[in-house]
Design a protein around this ligand. Structure first.
Ligand code: AP5
Length: 193
């Protein structure tokens, strides 16, 4: 089994690259943002609660997303490995993920961290907001709030995995193909090891 966290700030290309990586490496894609948006679309109680926070660019509570990931791991006992996208996003989520994987005699193999400048992130997300219908892309102040939340709470995830030397920084600017090739090389190195 190979378990990967695709890490990076909002707009760094996690979703774009995840789609390609899961196809190439046969991993199961677990995106907490996608799961939350599907809860919102289905107008569930969880979705309604999450929407208020997401519209402000804030994180939803740890216990909510940890519960979602735990259920997704249980639902996919035969997966070859998981690609975590947008999770973990706090130190507490990282510890919970390590425990959930540990219970299954698994662990995170590598954290690939996409490095993109803040101005490029804002440009990409404003551009996507023209067509995506995502309310958290429509307004520059919400985009900037998401980036601030990332620096305040999410960068700690990289610090957590750096302790075990699992974090690899990858340049997240360039063409989608160039970045995909760089990510693929890092995965291939570790799958062989
Ligand atoms: P989430 O859905 O995870 O969104 P995000 O992290 O803000 O990331 P994005 O989807 O905006 O960006 P991305 O890095 O996936 O980039 P993408 O490939 O789309 O989370 C949304 C919200 O849900 C959070 O704010 C929070 O409220 C909540 N949430 C989710 N998970 C949570 C958790 N674990 N705990 C608590 N709360 C949670 O690309 C962005 C754009 O750039 C696209 O238009 C794309 O086409 C373009 N692009 C991609 N690559 C390139 C390139 N190389 N060059 C030019 N453009 C590019």
């Amino acid at each position: 089994m190979f378990n990967l966290i695709l890490f990076g700030p909002p707009g760094s290309g996690k979703g774009t690259q995840s789609e390609r990586l899961i196809a190439k490496f046969g991993l199961k894609h677990l995106s907490t943002g996608d799961i939350l948006r599907s809860e919102i679309a289905n107008k569930t109680a969880l979705g309604l609660e999450a929407k208020t926070l997401m519209d402000k660019g804030e994180l939803v509570p740890d216990e909510v997303v940890i519960g979602m990931i735990s259920a997704a791991l249980d639902a996919n006992p035969d997966a070859n490995g998981f690609l975590f996208d947008g999770f973990p996003r706090t130190k507490a989520q990282s510890v919970a993920l390590d425990n959930l994987l540990g219970e299954r005699n698994e662990a995170i193999n590598v954290v690939l961290a996409l490095d993109v400048s803040e101005e490029e992130l804002v440009k990409r997300l404003l551009n996507r907001g023209l067509t995506s219908g995502r309310s958290d892309d429509a307004d520059e102040s919400v985009i900037r709030a998401r980036i601030i939340e990332y620096h305040k709470k999410t960068s700690a995830v990289a610090d957590h995995y750096a302790l075990d030397d699992k974090v690899v920084k990858v340049k997240g600017e360039g063409t989608v193909d160039e970045i995909f090739n760089a990510l693929s090389r890092e995965i291939e190195k570790r799958r062989k090891a």
